[in-house]
Design a protein around this ligand. Structure first.
Ligand SMILES: [Zn+2]
Length: 241
């Protein structure tokens, strides 16, 4: 006799159902009676309960975080639209209508007090990346720091355009390699602090570097999501190999 348990061990499935509260009263009584005399099954029950709490907690936190980011984009776009000059308003309205709370690329920007190096964070923004955007860009994976300038670049994949964001102190330069026929990419800075208004700028074509460029200077101290509009490269998605 390996152990001195009188009743047979419940099946794994039954213990799982017990932990999830899916058993009827008489089944619960039977399982509890067994666990009273069986350390193996009562330990297993504790492990299952602990694991499911961790999973539930994790899901709630990450879901809440993702939802918060999406809301920030949706509200920020709406606010940007109401503040923007007429020329940009229709583009923002189009962005909102077609892509709602998602963006073509994003990076988090932290501008600290003057004299301190600003920071780019390229992770944790997956929830707001447009799944349909053929501009998978700002995963912006590799980040490098050269002196006071930090650069985040989009990975180069096939024929897809390449983009970069460089921050030096309180100014950023966004470069998007594409063609001048495209509509200019919009760059929006969504502040975390709701007292601050979003900053919007359309990139301008630079013949010199054969790319779209935007320069935003004098960014107030704060925590931002720098986002690119999803639409400019839409037509190219079908050519993606
Ligand atoms: Zn047992």
């Amino acid at each position: 006799m390996a152990d001195e348990v009188l009743s047979p061990h419940p099946a794994w499935r039954e213990i799982d159902d017990y932990c999830a509260g899916r058993l009827l009263a008489f089944e619960v009584a039977s399982v509890e009676e067994h666990m009273f005399e069986c350390k193996r099954c009562s330990d297993l029950t504790k492990q299952i309960r602990f694991a499911s709490q961790v999973v539930d907690g994790w899901t709630a936190v990450s879901h809440g975080y993702a939802h918060g980011l999406q809301r920030r984009i949706a509200e920020g776009l709406s606010r940007a639209e109401s503040l923007a000059p007429a020329l940009l308003r229709s583009r923002l309205s189009d962005w909102r209508a077609r892509w709602s709370d998602t963006v073509g690329g994003a990076v988090r920007l932290i501008v600290r007090t003057p004299g301190k190096t600003s920071e780019l964070v390229t992770s944790g923004l997956e929830a707001i990346l447009s799944p349909a955007a053929p501009f998978p860009v700002f995963e912006l994976v590799p980040t490098r720091t050269r002196g006071e300038t930090t650069v985040a670049e989009s990975p180069v994949k096939g024929i897809l355009p390449k983009a970069s964001i460089a921050v030096t102190g309180n100014r950023i330069v966004v470069v998007v390699r594409s063609t001048p026929e495209e509509s200019p990419p919009l760059i929006v800075l969504f502040p975390q602090n709701s007292d601050q208004a979003p900053l919007v700028q359309a990139a301008e074509w630079s013949n010199e570097s054969a790319s779209w460029k935007a320069r935003i200077t004098g960014i107030p101290t704060g925590d931002y999501i720098v986002a690119l509009s999803p639409s400019p490269f839409e037509d190219k998605s079908t050519q993606d190999v």
